[in-house]
Design a protein around this ligand. Structure first.
Ligand SMILES: Nc1ncnc2c1ncn2[C@@H]1O[C@H](COP(=O)(O)OP(=O)(O)O)[C@@H](O)[C@H]1O
Ligand SMILES: [Mg+2]
Length: 357
């Protein structure tokens, strides 16, 4: 009882009224009625004043602080409602607010650290898993050769070629991982320049044509010959984006399939579209194909030598150009991947050159 504001007020009010009565007793003409009236008035006034002061300025605030601390213990960081914000002048309220905002800031920090730790764990598990496949394969062939197969002329070359293929896959994987890592940590610099997109796409198609023709596929490229598709971007990286998209449309297509690449201009944007009539992507996988190492059909893709990093790199490159990759796909019918880059107007280039002169 003594620890509540009422208990303390009661004791203090009793002490004050007793002192008042004792003081009045010293006066000669103090009547008993006067003593009773003075005693009860001083008691009630001091009780009310004490109680209000303690209740509003101290106890309320302390219980609020306890409330905050309890919430922090329960890891509930929502802010405590301030009911008497305007009435209160107590410095304790400031402490209360400071504790709350400090706890919230610390909580955010902890969450970020936990997320990072989780991400790192997952990343290391993914990498180890991905590295294991080509290493085991190469190791297998080399050991079989060492165990005597090297004497057998009919398998010697075959096994060596397979080991080399696995090591090439390993090299590609490590290179892609390095690129992605550099992009995610912001180390990679973009070198923007002005170039014509149709020339870059022609180069990519030339490079991939033989791969497509091996499987009787046709790559068609649609654009308006009268127009230029000049843009301001990182040429090498956009080459890589187109290479990834067109190579996917070959890899995940059926033999004899078709690939249509097109360039379209709409307002101040150039849209690059890569369309295939291949296997397509199930709707539940569509959002995840841009995640690192995500493959729709794990066994099928590893056979084809994919690292599962191509689209993650594409996404990062386009983000670096303030653009994004879009995809629509129908299972069994095919997929369309597209992105936009700004169109650089010829007149703008000419007039800015004139201004510089
Ligand atoms: N044009 C496409 N048609 C069907 N599936 C595709 C296509 N492009 C990408 N995918 C799916 O998305 C996954 C991720 O693609 P990507 O990041 O390029 O990795 P990968 O190295 O396996 O090609 C692929 O493994 C494949 O399952
Ligand atoms: Mg790919």
């Amino acid at each position: 009882m003594l620890t509540t504001s009422r208990g303390i007020s009661l004791v203090l009010a009793l002490a004050i009224s007793t002192l008042t009565v004792l003081f009045l007793l010293l006066l000669d003409d103090a009547t008993p009625t006067l003593l009773v009236v003075a005693g009860s008035i001083s008691f009630s006034v001091s009780y009310i004043l004490m109680n209000v002061t303690l209740e509003f300025l101290i106890f309320n605030e302390i219980s609020n602080i306890y409330g905050v601390l309890e919430k922090i213990q329960k890891k509930d960081y929502t802010s405590i409602p301030d009911k008497s914000d305007k009435l209160s002048i107590s410095p304790l309220r400031k402490i209360n607010k400071t504790i709350n905002s400090y706890a919230q800031a610390k909580n955010k920090e902890i969450e970020a650290l936990q997320k990072n730790a989780e991400f790192r764990k997952e990343f290391i598990a993914d990498i180890s898993h991905e590295l294991k496949t080509p290493i085991f394969a190469a190791q297998g062939y080399v050991h079989t050769l060492l165990d005597g197969a090297v004497e057998d002329k009919s398998v010697r070359l075959k096994f060596l070629k397979r080991a080399a293929k696995s090591l090439n896959a390993l090299d590609k994987l490590v290179q892609d991982m390095l690129t992605l890592n550099q992009m995610e940590s912001g180390v990679v610099k973009f070198h923007f320049e002005s170039f014509d997109l149709k020339e870059v796409i022609h180069e990519v198609i030339e490079e991939l044509e033989h791969k497509a023709s091996k499987r009787d596929m046709l790559i068609r490229f649609y654009y308006d010959k009268e127009k230029t598709y000049r843009t301001f971007a990182d040429k090498e990286k956009i080459f890589r984006v187109c290479q990834n998209l067109i190579s996917n449309s070959i890899k995940y297509n059926n033999d004899g399939g078709e690939i249509d690449v097109s360039l379209k201009i709409h307002k101040n944007q150039i849209t690059v579209e890569v369309k295939d009539n291949g296997k397509g992507i199930p709707p539940e996988d569509l959002k995840r194909i841009f995640e690192r190492f995500y493959r729709v059909d794990k066994s099928r893709n590893r056979e084809k030598g994919g690292t599962g990093l191509g689209l993650a790199i594409v996404k990062h490159i386009l983000e670096g150009h303030k653009s994004k990759i879009s995809v629509s796909s129908t299972l069994g019918k095919g997929s369309i991947f597209s992105f936009e880059l700004p169109l650089e107007k010829e007149e703008a280039v000419v007039s800015s050159n004139k201004l510089i002169k």
